[in-house]
Design a protein around this ligand. Structure first.
Ligand SMILES: [Zn+2]
Length: 544
């Protein structure tokens, strides 16, 4: 056995020999591992990074962009994931939010889901047929396969919309969780790994899970906080779960562990990174989002979860190391998040609130119907913010009247920051420059699709949580144009790279051209919104 000292000396020699060579001089990596941690805000990353010892610690030894921006307005899962591997903002991907209204769709239900094909027989908003139908641009895996059909593209995620938006049109394997198991989509026959992992997960779900031990760093956060709106107090959970409790399973580190196990098994079976062309493995880890929605972001639950995720990622990366494959890993998030207003008010942020019921389009629509003597819903929309549509049955001068009245009512509400009409958004200057400097209407423009967006867009004031009924289990959310929801970490790591940190803002649309450059893939100018981030810490460059 070599002595530790000898190993250390060899390491020093290697450092002396190879350190001056920039990342730009290296051959391309054989495998891209692109990870999205749902709702992993820049704030969570900053809060816990001093405690990381696992995979997130490793990624901190690469290129660290702690202030990445999901720069658009509707900071939800589907639009966020649509930016990560396409290089395009939602205005270009067409994924304006998780769902929107298409009053011309040929079915009774006019609400459409971002990852469905509404033309598929039997597809409805609630029982949808999963599809990349609404995605208007290719993902990195699509581009890699177009450049060299020997490239393999695999997407694995807890949510279908994460797998669809990161996997694009034609992944070889696409797997996502449906409540009891991971289900398959994709061009190739399903890998055997899917059935094997599903059997493991079924066995794990059938058992109960004990409460996780609370690490000392989480102890101060373990305190019950009452929640307004009918929900139960939060803050002291430790992920104890009854046998068969699927909701408890997906709202815990167990879920991310299962998704990572499936990703690792697919890599093994397909020998990703060992083929004649570079491969891509996109992974969507969804549990952080469920933990945030269910418990808020500042309780013991999120503390426990983030530290467990760090360990799970460490184990996953060690497994990749053991293969000897030269891989690059990128980790980011689809959006940030925000704690419950009740705890914010205790934690030095007085004024945090829950949005009034009046702001939901259904309630506002009923108020307008009574005032204007109209029948029908008047307004259509899925939340107390974002895109709102006027019922298409209302035409002529009355339609203009409804728009005027709705704008006046929303704009007069003390929880509303801004309301923009379609015409105002279309006429606004395109977003440009650092994303934190964009005006509110520019943020809305980054989410604007003339075929899909509403008649007007509502933006709530900062620290207004648009969840007023917490009795169904969700107490906190995201989706706003404010930085707690827009800012996410963007981390790149490859063995041997010289670490650096760039605290100034970059965008998640920069990720795709950055990864494409590493493998020498050309992306035609004008097709994307992002730019290549130079991952070489010195004067060299990894960009074309
Ligand atoms: Zn999300």
């Amino acid at each position: 056995m070599r002595s530790a000292l000898l190993a250390c000396a060899a390491g020093l020699a290697a450092a002396v020999t190879f350190a001056p060579a920039g990342a730009a001089d290296r051959p391309p990596p054989r495998l891209i591992v692109a990870i999205s941690v749902d709702q992993f805000s820049a704030d969570l990353f900053a809060q816990y990074r001093q405690h990381f010892t696992g995979g997130l610690r490793r990624l901190e030894e690469g290129a660290v962009f702690p202030s990445g921006y999901q720069s658009h307005n509707m900071t939800e899962t589907c639009p966020g994931h649509s930016t990560i591997l396409t290089g395009a903002r939602p205005a270009r991907t067409g994924i304006i939010s998780n769902d929107w209204f298409d009053q011309n769709v040929g079915r009774a239900d006019k609400q459409v889901y971002c990852s469905e094909d509404p033309a598929a027989p039997g597809s409805t908003f609630k029982t949808y047929t999963v599809s990349a139908h609404f995605l208007k641009v290719p993902a990195l895996g699509d581009r890699m396969k177009a450049a060299d059909p020997r490239s393999r593209s695999v997407a694995v995620a807890g949510k279908d919309r994460a797998a669809i938006m990161m996997g694009g049109y034609g992944p070889d394997q696409r797997w996502y969780w449906t409540g009891k198991s991971y289900t398959f989509g994709g061009k190739a026959p399903p890998a055997a790994a899917g059935a094997a992992i599903n059997a493991d997960v079924a066995a794990a779900l059938a058992r109960s899970a004990p409460a996780m031990p609370l690490p000392p760093v989480c102890e101060a956060q373990s305190r019950a906080v009452p929640v307004a709106g009918g929900g139960k107090p939060v803050g002291t959970g430790r992920f104890a779960r009854a046998a068969g409790d699927e909701r408890g399973f997906r709202t815990s580190p167990e879920f991310d562990g299962a998704t990572l196990a499936l990703a690792a098994a697919l890599r093994r079976e397909m020998r990703l990174g060992e083929g004649p062309a570079p491969d891509i493995l996109a992974i969507g880890l969804s549990a952080t989002d469920y933990v945030g929605h269910t418990y808020g972001t500042e309780g013991a639950e999120m503390c426990l979860h983030v530290l467990a995720l760090d360990q799970l990622l460490g184990e996953f990366l060690r497994g990749l190391d053991a293969t000897g494959v030269d891989y690059v890993v990128m980790l980011t998030a689809d959006h940030g998040g925000n704690d419950i207003p009740e705890r914010q008010n205790e934690h030095a942020v007085p004024g945090a609130s829950r949005a009034a019921d009046l702001l939901s389009p259904g309630t506002m629509g009923r108020a307008l119907a009574a005032k204007l003597h109209l029948a029908g819903p008047v307004l259509l929309g899925s939340a107390a913010f974002g895109d709102i549509y006027i019922d298409k049955a209302i035409t002529g001068p009355m339609r203009q009247r409804v728009l005027r009245e709705a704008l006046a009512a929303y704009r007069a509400h003390p929880q509303v920051a801004a309301v923009h009409t379609r015409a105002e958004i279309a006429a606004a200057p395109s977003p440009a420059g650092p994303p934190e400097t964009w005006s509110l209407v520019q943020r809305a423009k980054a989410s604007f699709d003339p075929d899909r967006s509403g008649d007007f867009v509502v933006q709530l004031k900062p620290r207004v949580t648009p969840v007023f009924d917490t009795s169904h289990g969700y107490v906190a959310t995201h989706g706003s144009p404010w930085d707690y929801d827009r800012r996410v970490p963007i981390l790149f790591w490859r063995k041997g790279m010289t670490p650096f940190e760039q605290p100034l803002s970059v965008e998640t649309v920069d990720i795709m051209p950055t990864l494409a450059a590493l493998i020498g893939l050309k992306v035609p100018a004008g097709e994307i919104d992002g730019r290549c981030l130079d991952l070489d810490a010195g004067p060299g460059s990894t960009c074309p």
